[in-house]
Design a protein around this ligand. Structure first.
Ligand code: 7RM
Length: 632
């Protein structure tokens, strides 16, 4: 088992060792796992192509480390607790032995349906244990999973399936989310009209709604599993074989398929899980993230299972049946470690303390946040009302591309400071850059956050397009990985992430590309062009403000707005719905046709003057008109 730091002094020593002797440092951590064959080289790297390889020549299977190796010691211990959307439905508790059997059986079902090592398999499922089973079954046979969040609709799903040329889709008839049912299979059917690579669809029965089953293509999970054996030897994988692709929004409309590989990801996620949360044997750990996002991959499935932990999966949403649900679940399952997003905290805070008071919350020892900056007020509310002033809060900064937590306090070890992610984990070497590419040394500085040395779970490529990986992350500052975030380093060397500096926005902790939302809006037949920006939002962190140009003079703006929301929901998913829509006569463009988003951002924030340099504007009058019609 990976090394666990126990004091701040030890943290400092570990950190220093990780910078001075990174290879020895990570080799020592990697020793703790089951390898079919040990690696030849710990690290080879350059940030120019980029090309990063960890534990080259090593052979392993991550599921042997998540499951098989725990069987002797903790086969009958619960691996996963599942809390259903509807509180009256039965809770499921799955032991390591059962999970191992389920994974092997579904792995064989995948094989029986033609899956082989290296295939890409899309998983589009609700938050049920079978989702984790499907993920691990792919890893078992060396197929590359590409999980798509169930909140995305057919076009987003189709784009992601096409980009990876998946041959199998694993889904369910539908999913329960609060009072709503999501017709997942119907959305898959629509997506597959444009996905010729898909040969099989495996469908889990969850909601029981009527669905179409395409002859020869669609099969039921239950019947496939019934036919399959529970004996499935783990495929031998190279350290650098792809483990998964996870799509993340970029500044162009097309999402990027972030690729993670096997060995380094495993070592890093395990190390960070244990050290950040200070997990103790027997603790009940609950990460509220959906497996459709990286947090669900690394800290709901892989990290906790590698550590032999008890991981809780919740199918529902924080406000169903009421805004006390999270706290009720914590008491019900005696949760010790709770990891959620600032958006959820702010929204539950807004519902008032009456939803918190009925619950004891005395099992809690550790609180965590992830996904966006947490403001001081929400931090204090969380600390006082949920943690009762007793639980350290770990504000964990990281990204889909980093695979695991990068900057965060260690529970009980690092002194916390509201709204600061505090210090880099061992192995992480952050630097702040000014816009000209000069490194800002010393403390009390603010710049753009970059990394100057690889850590084991760094992004390896963007699927099918290595140049895009280079251009996005390794071209802004030569020789560095660029995060896309702005950041401050205070007088004590503590880091505070200030937010994105590019054209993606974090809406309720979900990373969305403005171009992706614009594409969806433009599907409306009356919309000629649109421009989307983020505006500060009390609960969501950022809200979505859309400026749209309409083809015909439409008088019924309210109806148009409703139609646009429906279009976005149908095409992309409800997560892309604008909070504000303004019909404008034109957009502020430069003579070369580039939209000046800076001006739109100011208008969306309610600014009426001080638009900065507008001398390159083609038609300054349009700014006046947009400003006068701004949606409050
Ligand atoms: C894990 C995840 C990544 C972006 C990242 C930041 C923002 C994440 C924090 C944060 C401030 C945090 N992956 N972000 N965590 N900002 N404090 N603790 O969210 O790929 O979906 O998003 O999220 O902007 O670049 S992600």
């Amino acid at each position: 088992m990976a090394y666990r730091i126990t004091s701040f002094n030890e943290y400092k020593q570990e950190y220093q060792k990780s910078v001075e002797h990174p290879e020895a440092f990570w080799a020592e951590k990697a020793e703790a796992f089951v390898w079919i064959k040990k690696w030849d080289t710990v690290l080879e790297w350059n940030f120019t192509e980029p090309n990063v390889k960890w534990f080259s020549g090593g052979k392993l299977n991550i599921t042997e480390n998540c499951l098989d190796r725990h069987l002797a010691e903790r086969g009958d211990q619960v691996a996963m607790i599942w809390e259903p959307n509807n509180p009256d439905e039965t809770v499921r508790k799955i032991t390591y032995r059962q999970l191992h059997g389920d994974v092997c059986r579904f792995a064989n079902a995948l094989k029986n349906n033609g899956a082989k090592k290296g295939d890409r398999i899309c998983i589009y499922m609700p938050m049920v244990p079978e989702l984790a089973v499907a993920v691990l079954a792919c890893a078992r046979i060396g197929a590359i999973h590409s999980v798509v969040f169930g909140g995305f609709s057919f076009n987003s799903l189709s784009e992601r399936i096409q980009d990876a040329a998946c041959n199998i889709v694993v889904t369910a008839d539908g999913g329960f989310r609060g009072a709503k049912d999501i017709p997942l299979k119907k959305i898959v059917d629509e997506a597959l009209l444009t996905c010729p690579s898909v040969k099989k669809v495996i469908v889990l029965k969850r909601t029981g709604i009527a669905i179409n089953m395409a002859d020869g293509r669609d099969v039921w999970w239950e019947s496939e599993v019934r036919k399959a054996s529970t004996d499935c030897p783990a495929e031998v994988m190279d350290s650098e074989d792809m483990l998964f692709i996870l799509y993340t929004s970029g500044s162009t409309g097309k999402p990027k398929g972030v690729v993670h590989t096997t060995g380094g990801y495993m070592v890093y996620v395990d190390y960070t899980f244990k050290n950040v949360f200070q997990y103790n044997d027997g603790d009940v750990y609950w990460c509220t993230a959906d497996v459709g996002w990286v947090t669900g991959h690394s800290y709901l499935i892989y990290g906790p299972l590698l550590a032999g932990a008890i991981t809780l999966m919740f199918e529902g949403i924080p406000v169903f049946p009421d805004a006390g649900r999270f706290w009720k679940v914590i008491d019900k399952h005696q949760v010790n470690i709770f990891y959620t997003a600032p958006t959820a905290i702010r929204s539950l805070e807004a519902h008032g303390l009456d939803y918190v008071k009925p619950y004891k919350l005395d099992s809690l020892r550790v609180l965590g946040t992830v996904g966006e900056p947490i403001n001081e007020e929400a931090w204090l509310w969380y600390h006082e009302n949920i943690g009762k002033g007793q639980c350290p809060i770990v504000d964990t900064w990281w990204q889909t591309e980093t695979g695991g937590i990068m900057i965060s306090p260690l529970v009980g070890i690092t002194e916390t400071k509201p709204s600061f992610a505090t210090l880099p984990l061992p192995g992480v070497q952050p630097v702040l850059m000014d816009e000209g590419g000069k490194e800002l040394k010393g403390n009390n500085v603010e710049g753009r956050l970059c990394m100057k040395f690889p850590w084991p779970s760094i992004i390896r490529t963007t699927y099918g397009n290595h140049e895009r990986c280079h251009d996005n992350y390794f071209s802004h500052y030569k020789g560095y990985y660029f995060t896309g975030d702005g950041c401050k380093r205070d007088e004590n060397g503590y880091y505070r992430i200030t937010g994105r500096v590019d054209d993606v926005i974090k809406v309720s902790g979900h990373l969305l590309g403005t171009a992706e939302i614009e594409n969806a809006i433009n599907q409306h037949p009356d919309i000629v062009e649109s421009a989307v920006v983020g505006f500060p939002h009390d609960i969501k962190g950022w809200g979505i403000y859309a400026f749209v140009i309409c083809r015909n003079e439409r008088k019924d703006v309210d109806t148009l707005r409703k139609e646009i929301l429906e279009t976005v929901t149908k095409y992309m998913g409800a997560i892309g719905k604008p909070d504000k829509i303004q019909v404008v006569p034109g957009l502020p463009k430069t003579r070369s046709g580039k939209i000046m988003r800076r001006i739109l951002r100011k208008i969306s924030e309610g600014e009426t003057a001080n638009f900065g340099d507008t001398s390159t504007l083609l038609d300054p009058a349009v700014v006046e008109e947009i400003k006068n019609g701004a949606v409050k």
